[in-house]
Design a protein around this ligand. Structure first.
Ligand SMILES: NC(=O)c1ccc[n+]([C@@H]2O[C@H](COP(=O)([O-])OP(=O)(O)OC[C@H]3O[C@@H](n4cnc5c(N)ncnc54)[C@H](OP(=O)(O)O)[C@@H]3O)[C@@H](O)[C@H]2O)c1
Length: 328
């Protein structure tokens, strides 16, 4: 019998339940994928907690790697036994196996392990978007990266540094700071849990010789909003791509003018890879970057799928450095 993780109500990690999930043959255009590694992403927490509304019962998980086990009618370009990964809705990746739209499956090249794929695909594509479509590299080399030791944060730090960006990371512990320095950050600011981010702009100005950063990559949200705005160089961009601490406040355009002709963007991965062609092309860039050592899969822990609640507790506790994956 196939199993998956499901929640009947939103709430804390304890709402995640291990349930039987009978699996039919794949329908037209679908492939059945037997999962070998499943990625955990902070969006799974937003949905489970109710911060992002989802229909109930909810089935968490946007990404997994695995092996094609059966093909539905009309599927071409895929073979039974082929290694693949996917990252998209509908959610439900926290499962032993599932049927999925074949045209949204990404082939896994040799050299990319299933574990690396599950740790990298969503976070690597997000980083790809931030580097290729968001980063204001024309506005000076300096970039501020919040949650720099997180799953996305480590990848972003390394890729920015590789492309000539000068990264100032923000993390909550000295151990995380070491990990971020190892990925190429020039400076790392440590703000302990419960601490104030108020001092960040002054530190950023000191480090950048008064210039400020051209882009602040801010996935923390509410708690770091002011610090991000006040750390920007004139015409700088606040790339608000997540909200781990809560939603960002509304923006007054006049306030952005007053603080230096600033811009605010809310980029989202799903717009970046909206078509199968864009997804495959960007995924290839991510695998290439991985194989060249630009994107390293830093896996904090591999946790059994049925213990998904423990994995959510861990990521929410801010104790992780790099990615978490679930293994069926
Ligand atoms: N826009 C998009 O398309 C997109 C796509 C993927 C991910 N994201 C966003 O990117 C961020 C990173 O995702 P991830 O999956 O790699 O998670 P993650 O960064 O591994 O985990 C979140 C990190 O946020 C920091 N944080 C700061 N304040 C927090 C708080 N109050 N509660 C919890 N964490 C807090 C923690 O680092 P410290 O303890 O060091 O502060 C924590 O480790 C998330 O905000 C996610 O929503 C956005």
């Amino acid at each position: 019998m196939n199993h998956r993780i499901q929640y009947a109500v939103t709430g804390g990690p304890e709402v995640l339940q291990w349930v039987e999930a009978p699996l039919s043959d794949p329908g037209p255009g679908e492939a059945r994928v037997r999962h070998t590694a499943i990625g955990i992403n902070y969006i799974d927490v937003y949905q489970r907690s109710g911060a992002y509304p989802v229909p109930l019962p909810g089935a968490p998980g946007f990404e997994a790697a695995g092996v094609v086990e059966a093909l539905g009618e009309g599927v071409t370009g895929l073979a039974v036994g082929q290694r693949v990964a996917y990252v998209d809705g509908p959610t439900g990746a926290y499962a032993e196996a599932r049927n999925y739209a074949a045209h949204r499956l990404v082939p896994l090249p040799d050299g990319v392990t299933d574990e690396a794929a599950a740790a990298l695909l969503f976070k690597g594509l997000t980083t790809h978007m931030l580097i290729r479509r968001v980063w204001r590299r024309d506005n000076g080399p300096w970039a501020l990266v919040h949650a720099a030791a997180g799953g996305v944060g480590l990848l972003l730090t390394r890729w920015l540094a590789h492309e000539g960006g000068r990264v100032i990371g923000v993390v909550s512990t000295p151990e995380k700071a070491k990990a971020v320095e190892a990925e190429g950050a020039e400076a790392v600011l440590v703000v302990p849990r419960g601490g104030s981010y108020e001092g960040i702009p002054a530190e950023v100005k000191r480090i950048t010789g008064g210039a400020g950063v051209g882009t602040s990559f801010d996935s923390t949200g509410k708690d770091t909003w002011e610090a991000s705005l006040n750390s920007l160089a004139p015409f700088g961009l606040l790339a608000a791509f997540g909200r781990a601490s809560g939603p960002q406040p509304p923006v007054e355009l006049a306030e952005l003018a007053k603080r230096g002709s600033l811009a605010v963007q809310r980029p989202t991965f799903f717009n970046h890879v909206a078509t199968p062609e864009a997804l495959r092309a960007a995924s290839k860039d991510v695998w290439d970057a991985h194989l060249q050592g630009i994107l390293t899969a830093r896996i904090h822990a591999q946790i059994p799928l049925r213990e998904a609640a423990a994995a959510h507790t861990l990521i929410e506790s801010r104790a992780t450095t790099g990615a978490l994956i679930l293994v069926p």
